[in-house]
Each structure stands twice: as structure tokens, then as C-alpha cells.
Design a protein around this ligand. Sequence first.
Ligand SMILES: [Zn+2]
Length: 361
Amino acid sequence: MNSSDWEKELEKVAREISAENFSAILSAEDLERLRIRFLGRKGSLTELLRSIKDLSIEERKLLAPKAQKIKSQLESQIAARIEEIEKLRFEKDINSQSLDLTLPPLSPLRGRFHPLTQMQNQMAHILGLMGFSWAEGPLIEDDEHNFTALNIPEHHSARDMLDTFYVEGSKVMRTHTSPVQIRAMRQKKPPFRIISPGRVFRHEAIDATHSAVFHQVEGLYVDKNVSFADLKGTLEEFLKALFGPEIKVRFRPSYFPFTEPSAEVDLSCLFCSGTGVGKDRHPCGICKKTGFIEILGAGMVHPNVFKAVGYDPEIWSGFAFGIGVERIAMLKWQIKDIRDFYQNDVRFLSQFKDAELPLFA
Ligand SMILES: [Zn+2]
């Protein structure tokens, strides 16, 4: 094809394009057919543009811009018509639908308490029925309340166990809610029973079972003639109300600076019902075949703690215990990764319907 034939051919295609009545095209399919006719792989304009390589460079310089202009005009006409077709279809849809006022409304997403709040409230509820009242204190504590008054003097090795975040000077992010107990004892006159629920902080590497921020519910009872039997009975009742009357509770001797004697409290394994053998007849991995899971720490208030708050340990006695809210929640709901609590994934959180508060069995 020489250049004048090529130009005639281009004019012919341009005439064909302008003969098209775009506003008469009503469907995206018809518009696509038109596009393919001119701009498809074998479309007339495409083929013409392909054959331009047979012309001389000077001819190409002259004719290529003309052809490109026709091509881009056609493309923008098609794009504009697609938008109009979409709009027309939308209007048609809207007009064809009538408003049905009898349809039930979409129910709005309902918020609920976070599972940790639910667990903390359940624990507080049970302990509340046993006469414990709620006490709170600051998250940033001084050395005196977080350590010294709790029989953890400076250079005591227990300070290392607690992986403390130091804020400034002698201020720390509280490593337990025990400072609330010190504050309560300094404000109140015994006898009294309190729980101190709240957030605590430890310098921990975060993994499936450790978090640098977690929650505790601690309990404290001060009266005359409080015995270890009172502690045992209270915790047994508490754990049975929380986990069901069939569970078994075991006390093992342990060490905490602020209690003497101290105990670790174990619960019969919820996964193998305390048998050490799982449902699949394999040894239970959760309790490592022992049938028991460590669940909390407790003990009789150390005389040095009473002295630090100005109580005479010859007159007053008491017990204290500390429970990790995450630990209990993970056991009760069989949650494997502590980080699930903090990621605010609605798919996880929405599984915890606000629980009925347990009563004593
Ligand atoms: Zn087990």
C-alpha cells in the first residue's frame, strides 16, 4: 500500500467511526463489539496501524499522528459511553425497585465486653459473693509499694524474677496488683476482704503464652485467726464456681516473698479430666500426663508485710492470692495464643457472648 492509499483507507475508517451513533448503543456488549471491530486484534484501525511500517519514515511522520488521534478519540468515546451505560443501568435498577417497608431491618453490630473483661467480671462476681470488695490503684507505682512494703527489699533476688519496667527514678510500671493491697491496708482497719483486679506489666518477650501487659485479680483477707484452712476453702469454692463442681484442687508448697507459708495451686486438668490421658488415648500434652495444671499462687500474709503497713502481726493474720486473668481465660475457653486477646480481631472477639455470671454450685 502506498501512502495515498493508506491515507484514503484511514479516512474511510474515520468516516465509519463517525457514522456510528454512540448514543444508540445501549449495552456494554454492543459497545464491546464496536470496539473489537475497530480496535480489536484484527480490527480495521489496528490492522491499518500495523501496516504503517511499510511506509517511508517521512510518510509515517506525517500520517501516524493522524491515525493516533483517530484512535484515541475513539477510545475516549467508548470510555465515555461505558460510563453512561452504567449510569443508565443503575437508574433503571433504582426505578424498577420499589421500597418494601415490611422488610426486617439489618440488625446493627452489637458490642460486647472483651473476653478478658468478662473473665475478670466473673471472677470478681464470685469473690464478691464471698464478701470481697473491689479495690484499685495506680498503674505507675513507687518502689516502696511495688517492692519494699511487700517484703522485697532492694537487692532481693525476687526483683529479678519480676522483670520490671522502670519509668523514672524509683517509679515502676506495677509488676503485680499487690501494691493495691498495701494501699488498702494503710487506709482500712481490719477486718476486711478486698480484690484488686487490673493491668500489670512485665518486661517479657512476647510469645504464645507471654505478654508484657496482662491482667491479675489478687485477693486479700485480713482478720484475727485467719488460717490456711480459710485460704484453702476460699480458693476451692472459688475455682469450683468458675470451672464446675467436679474439678479437683491441689496445693503445693512454694515461695513468695510476701507470704509465708506460700503455695502454688493446681487445678485438675480440664483437657483430660485429671486422668493424664487425652480423649485420643494419648498422654495429655496440656498437663504433661500429671493430671494437674498450675493455676495460681497464694499464701498467708508475711509478718513483715503487716509490719510495713503498721499492723501488729501478733494480732492480725490474713491470706492473699493472685490469679492471672489471661491464664484462666485461656484454660476455660481453650485459647492457645495469648496474643489473640490483644489483636482486636472481631472474628475472635465476637465468639465470646456476654456470659451469665456463675453462681455457687
Ligand atoms: Zn491433662
